[in-house]
Design a protein around this ligand. Structure first.
Ligand code: ADE
Ligand code: ZN
Ligand code: ZN
Length: 237
């Protein structure tokens, strides 16, 4: 996601944190909110020191590869490995506060990206970055439409995007929380297939596309926030 999607993910998660998790997160982040730190993963991208984290923002399975496997995974890392590494450091009693704070900020970001379907898309078109489309008359691409164009043009603030979780029932929340990182990745990947089918290269997209798909983006952001809180509650007890 772009900044708004990431911030909304962090904002949703705050609502679902346990007392213990909240306390430890507050200490690690020196009082900064999850929404505030959620964009850190993108902000460090321009710093050569952090270049190695570039591939950690997405995961591509090859055509015909139905299951994620360690053997076929990108040796430079990917979104699944990124989330697992972040969790491992956060659970490590010997890790420094500095390292924990870094990986906490990264985890908040990566749980957002896991729910942006084009971050679990095909490698050959760079998760839709190479699929050019027109967005309200301007040049764009399928990845960018999903990262930010739809959300920005809907003009919903991150707090507004986060708010409507209140409408979810306890049963729905329980359903969303179930499953593993890999299950959530496959769910996002299934959605990406629908999105690839939803457009043709060069297609003119606008309000019709936005009204069909914005609710799906919104849903994904909510799920990302609820699941981020689940992961953090598991880590911090
Ligand atoms: N961003 C850059 N490359 C990407 C890829 N292969 N998949 C998803 N997002 C990307
Ligand atoms: Zn990212
Ligand atoms: Zn993106």
């Amino acid at each position: 996601w772009g900044r708004t999607g990431h911030r909304a993910t962090g904002e949703v998660a705050e609502e679902y944190l346990s007392k213990k998790a909240k306390q430890q997160i507050k200490e690690l982040l020196n009082g900064q909110s999850l929404a505030f730190v959620s964009t850190y993963g993108d902000d460090i991208k321009s710093d050569p020191q952090y270049r190695k984290y570039g591939p950690w923002h997405y995961v591509n399975l090859d055509e015909g590869q139905t299951e994620y496997s360690k053997e076929e995974a990108n040796p430079k890392g990917d979104l699944v490995q990124a989330i697992k590494t972040s969790i491992t450091v956060l659970k490590d009693p010997k890790a420094s506060k500095e390292d924990k704070a870094f990986y906490l900020k990264m985890l908040v970001h990566f749980m957002g990206d896991l729910h942006q379907p084009m971050h679990t898309g095909r490698g050959e078109d760079k998760g839709g970055n190479d699929i050019q489309v027109r967005w309200f008359g301007k040049g764009s691409n399928l990845h960018r439409v999903w990262d930010s164009e739809m959300i920005n043009d809907f003009q919903m603030s991150f707090t507004e995007l986060a708010e409507s979780t209140d409408e979810l029932t306890a049963k729905e929340i329980k359903q969303i929380r179930s499953g593993s990182i890999l299950d959530w990745m496959y769910e996002s990947k299934e959605l990406s297939k629908k999105l690839y089918d939803s457009v043709e290269t060069g297609e003119k997209l606008g309000y019709e596309y936005m009204y069909e798909w914005f609710p799906v983006a919104h849903d994904q952001i909510q799920k990302g926030g609820i699941r981020l809180a689940k992961v953090l509650n598991d880590i911090f007890g």
